[in-house]
Design a protein around this ligand. Sequence first.
Ligand SMILES: Nc1ncnc2c1ncn2[C@@H]1O[C@H](COP(=O)(O)OP(=O)(O)OP(=O)(O)O)[C@@H](O)[C@H]1O
Ligand SMILES: [Mg+2]
Length: 307
Amino acid sequence: MIQVDNLKKRFGDIQAVDGISFRVEQGEIYGLLGPNGAGKTTTLSMMTGLLQPDDGRVNFGSIDIAADPIGFRSQLGVVPQEIALYDELTAKENLNFWGGLYGLSGKRLQNAVSKVLERVGLSGRSHEPVKNFSGGMKRRLNLCLGLIHEPSALLLDEPTAGIDPQARQVILEIVEEVAKKGTTVVYTTHYLEEAEHLCDRIGIMDHGKILAEGSLDELKAMVGEEEAVSLFGSFSVEQARLRVETLPGVHLISAEPGRLILGTGDSGQTSLDLIQQMSDLEVERISIQPPSLNSLFLKLTGRELRD
Ligand SMILES: Nc1ncnc2c1ncn2[C@@H]1O[C@H](COP(=O)(O)OP(=O)(O)OP(=O)(O)O)[C@@H](O)[C@H]1O
Ligand SMILES: [Mg+2]
């Protein structure tokens, strides 16, 4: 079990993490979903003990990491967002190094390295230097860093960033597998589909806060029946905004040059109203988005999660 209470971290003028709390049960996959700069890495860094929080606490099971900074480390696996591999060393040498840091040695280390290389499909390339590896291979090897000592809690920071669908699938399957065996998992991502498919519960994060939390079904229920209608074109945002305010049952979600996003309970009627009201403005396209995690994100943040 992992319990995070009211974590805070400020860097100069930026409140990177602003009172984050969540709890993850054993064997559960908890997703922190948020755009660039939301505070995901800062949160994980405080959970690993790498970064000192300004306020708040992190507990792994019964261990408070501030009170016992060594005790939890052997039980914790971390997969960092930045690839933490030595280019000149082979895959095996990299894992020997990291496994050694986790206290493994001798036959146990060799067995652990072989097992984890096999699992990520890199056994055949284990004697090659990492500099020969593709981006997806590096990501798979990077995942091994968090798995090698079979920890009881695993923190992954965007472990599939920028890789092909096949390598991504391998990583997602492994994460599911370790959770099924009882590992407690925290998984940060800015890919909606990953959070939807992989995570048992999701915390939607922006500007250092968790704005909403729950299972996918619970989060979808928060959107209600509301659909998001987007207007694209070279119209004047101010003019368009004034027109929208006169329409019944519609509220403005966001307005930026080239795009206006509205929330409505009746997208058919709203589209007709828009066509009538906006006929003299430069509207090029209208698109309708049904209730989804994406529309909840839009509703909460006024922005879309884009890759
Ligand atoms: N060491 C630091 N010094 C100053 N500002 C920092 C530092 N680390 C993070 N920040 C700032 O804190 C905010 C949160 O950053 P963080 O890296 O936690 O976001 P993130 O959600 O992981 O984003 P991404 O998806 O891009 O990885 C950002 O505004 C970032 O610029
Ligand atoms: Mg990050």
